[in-house]
Design a protein around this ligand. Sequence first.
Ligand SMILES: Cc1cc2nc3c(=O)[nH]c(=O)nc-3n(C[C@H](O)[C@H](O)[C@H](O)COP(=O)(O)O)c2cc1C
Length: 169
Amino acid sequence: MNIIEGIMTRTSIRKFTGELIDEKQLDIILRAGFQAPTAHNFQPWEFVVVQDRDILQEIKDFHKYAKMIVDAGTAIIVCGDTDKQNRRGFLVSDTSAAIQNMLLAAHGLGLGAVWCGIYDREEFVENTKRVLKLPENILPIGIVVVGNKVEGRTPTDRYDEEKIHYNRW
Ligand SMILES: Cc1cc2nc3c(=O)[nH]c(=O)nc-3n(C[C@H](O)[C@H](O)[C@H](O)COP(=O)(O)O)c2cc1C
């Protein structure tokens, strides 16, 4: 799959077979995260890989939009280090770029994945910090939920000419 095809055909996948992704696939997805652009090249990200079913269940218990997390079997909680990037906007931008890279890598590997947001829902942030025992300077931003998909989805074309502005609004 080339990069344009990958971008155009990625969709969120929320139904999983329950079969765990393999180590090599996980390694490629993580490496894709590290290749994202970051402001000042600070690379302020940290990745917490969760495959422990009890911990996945604990996340599912507080995150009402991540009910697929246990079936998927793998969750990568993408966090930002506030000591490395103190501008909150840049921290969110950098980690979001990493999340998107990982979603595309998962898609390229034929896996299913979905981005589950954490920041800036206060209760999701606090519960994630508690469950994962994150240090004070580590802010959880989002989860890449990834697994073997039951079936693919047909992407919709969202191109909208009216939202494109040339030179001035
Ligand atoms: C910041 C952010 C947070 C999201 N949080 C969730 C979530 O908690 N649960 C979920 O199932 N999908 C979540 N999504 C996925 C969106 O629902 C999905 O990307 C959107 O519906 C478009 O569908 P597509 O990804 O198939 O193109 C999130 C996406 C973003 C960018």
